[in-house]
Design a protein around this ligand. Structure first.
Ligand SMILES: Nc1ncnc2c1ncn2[C@@H]1O[C@H](COP(=O)(O)OP(=O)(O)OP(=O)(O)O)[C@@H](O)[C@H]1O
Length: 260
């Protein structure tokens, strides 16, 4: 799926939060959305998912404006895992993942063998098979995050939006998730705070600052010391680790005037 964002702005009365963003994500591409707290990443993702109506501009999937579909039709094309994804606390892990199949069946039909097979496959992919019957309320933060990812993958969409999907995950699960995001044929947009992880697994990085896109390109072109100083207020050193992956070292925050 090609995702196109054209001149998109969104805000609340008196405040523009996303400002004139244009962005194209090619079919199968994995794009990392990076930027400081409050730069507009989640707001942009919510607009791209059709959960926020832009005040200006539009979002298109494969050339079709997303407002021409119902929420159910959109859910067959695009899955979204929000930063603070929560769920009905009485459900078990496999039942949460099964929610991903909702848009694919009629309201009156229960899950069939194919739905169960898909959910089992995605639980396996997310290392959750042993937790399938565990109640949601007993899960750790990382297990909840992986369960929501399994739900999104069970949706079997051609587009996937992920808002900080690794923030609760241990190192192994972070690497596994990002490898999955990189190798899936799905078109993926993933908001990340870990710049080295973003550089390693994303085909391209989009850097946001103050609600707008300030850089869009290969990791080596986006993660530069001057840009990181300007946008994140840090002195960074960009190099490569022993495995050849781009590495970002931080000296210290740029000095500010002391606060009295
Ligand atoms: N409904 C809203 N009403 C008022 N302000 C909002 C609303 N939604 C978001 N904001 C503000 O818009 C700005 C951008 O928020 P957003 O969550 O998109 O940033 P972000 O880049 O995802 O941040 P983070 O890295 O902290 O998750 C923030 O200052 C936030 O407080």
């Amino acid at each position: 799926m090609r995702i196109e964002v054209r001149n998109l702005s969104w805000g609340v009365p008196g405040k523009t939060i996303v400002r004139d963003v244009s962005l194209t994500v090619e079919p199968g591409e994995t794009v990392g959305l990076i930027g400081p707290n409050g730069s507009g990443k989640s707001s942009l993702l919510r607009c791209m998912a059709g959960l926020r109506a832009p005040t200006n501009g539009e979002v298109r999937f494969d050339g079709v404006e997303i407002t021409s579909w119902s929420a159910r039709e959109r859910a067959r094309r695009l899955a979204f895992v929000e930063q603070t994804a929560d769920t009905d606390s009485d459900l078990r892990v496999a039942e949460v993942a099964m929610l991903g199949r909702t848009a694919h069946r009629s309201r009156w039909r229960g899950p069939d063998a194919e739905d169960h097979a898909i959910v089992a496959a995605e639980l396996e992919e997310l290392d959750l098979t042993g937790l399938a019957d565990r109640p949601w309320k007993q899960l750790s933060g990382g297990e909840r995050q992986r369960t929501h990812l399994a739900r999104a993958l069970a949706q079997r969409t051609s587009g996937l939006l992920l808002d900080e999907p690794t923030n609760h995950l241990d190192v192994r699960h972070q690497l596994e998730l990002m490898e999955l995001a990189g190798r899936t044929p799905q078109t993926v947009v993933v908001a990340l705070h870990d710049l080295a992880l973003a550089a390693r697994y994303c085909d391209r990085l989009v850097l946001m600052h103050g609600g707008t896109v300030v850089a869009n390109g290969q990791a080596a072109d986006v993660l530069t010391a001057p840009l990181l100083r300007e946008v994140f207020d840090v002195e960074a050193e960009i190099g490569h680790d022993e495995l050849g992956h781009l590495a970002v070292g931080y000296r210290s925050p740029v000095r500010r005037e002391p606060i009295r």
